[in-house]
Design a protein around this ligand. Structure first.
Ligand SMILES: [Zn+2]
Length: 316
């Protein structure tokens, strides 16, 4: 929390709202990380997780037709994500609330505050529960963003510890995978400073850059919008960030209900005709939720915004 207080002091001392709210040192450290984000690597992961490119699985090359909890592809995706994380050097833990619900957790220890964590997570399961379920926007987009964050942070020193989490069974009636982890966190007094959730960050058909940040803030008045505004500005991401004091109907809900601080990123998903700028992904939860619908500039900008935030929250 010291880090946050120091950042706020800096922000509050800034009278020109167009000025840089980073310290020069933070910016110098963050720039090469943001610039190392590898679009080709993102595309490769996305194609594999959505069944458009084969993946290696138990000595065979196979296609993930669906990541639904009850489909074989769910297990293949779990193997794929685990293998990637191990290739980056992480020790990977599987936390299984039930035999077919597998959360994948990779931990990075902080140098100064090893017992305080920032958690960044996304659910990797998909719907519908029949036929093809590529779940590109919902939620290969978030899964691959978190996977890329894990790659970029693998060799970095951070002050705070990080948990990279990949949740199963978010698409169940309640987000079962993350609910199970919250019980574990409470039982083990896990100190989570912040929980970042990434779910559906690739659809923007009208190119307005709208992204919604749902935030619940239980133990401080720290305003995360200052950090996001700075990243958006400094890296010319062209996002229009909208803040709401609530949680997403996603895995951040599990943590918010247990009074953790949560920040949930999601595209503008309102599908009400009463909403003037309705830009809802029409292929959501169907067999047509493929990467063809991605707005790539928008997706990359969201990844950079989220990875930038992770850096600022984990380093003084
Ligand atoms: Zn989702």
């Amino acid at each position: 929390m010291l880090k946050i207080a120091a950042l706020l002091l800096f922000i509050n001392s800034c009278t020109d709202c167009s000025c840089n709210t980073f310290t020069e040192r933070q910016f110098q450290q963050l720039a090469p990380i943001i610039n190392s984000l590898d679009p080709d690597s993102l595309v490769d992961h996305l194609l594999k997780l959505t069944g458009e490119r084969k993946v290696y699985y138990l000595g065979d090359s196979v296609v993930i037709k669906s990541r639904h909890a009850e489909r074989k592809g769910n297990e293949i995706a779990e193997h794929y994500l685990t293998r990637q994380l191990k290739s980056y050097g992480y020790k990977v833990e599987k936390r299984n609330p039930f035999w077919d619900c597998v959360n994948i957790i990779a931990e990075k220890k902080g140098e100064k505050y090893p017992d305080e964590y920032i958690l960044i997570g996304a659910h990797y399961d998909s719907v519908p529960d029949y036929g093809r379920a590529p779940g590109a926007d919902d939620n290969a987009s978030g899964t691959v963003c978190v996977l890329e964050a894990a790659r970029l942070f693998a060799d970095l020193q951070t002050d705070y510890s990080i948990l990279f989490a990949f949740w199963d069974e978010e698409e169940a009636p309640s987000p079962m995978g993350s609910e199970y982890f919250v019980d574990y966190a409470l039982d083990n007094d896990l100190f989570l400073n912040e929980v970042i959730n990434v779910d559906m960050i690739a659809y923007d058909s009208n190119d307005d850059g709208d992204v919604i940040v749902n935030r619940t803030n239980h133990d401080s008045d720290f305003d995360i919008s200052e950090l996001l505004t700075s990243i958006n500005h400094e890296f010319d991401l062209k996002l229009d960030i909208h803040y709401r004091k609530t949680y997403t109907r996603s895995d951040d809900r599990s943590f918010a209900k247990a009074c953790y601080n949560t920040t949930g990123f999601i595209e503008k998903y309102y599908n009400s005709s009463r909403h003037p700028d309705n830009d809802f992904n029409p292929d959501w939860h169907t067999s047509f939720d493929t990467i063809e619908n991605f707005n790539w500039d928008y997706y990359l900008s969201n990844c950079k915004l989220i990875i930038g935030l992770l850096y600022l929250l984990t380093n003084e």
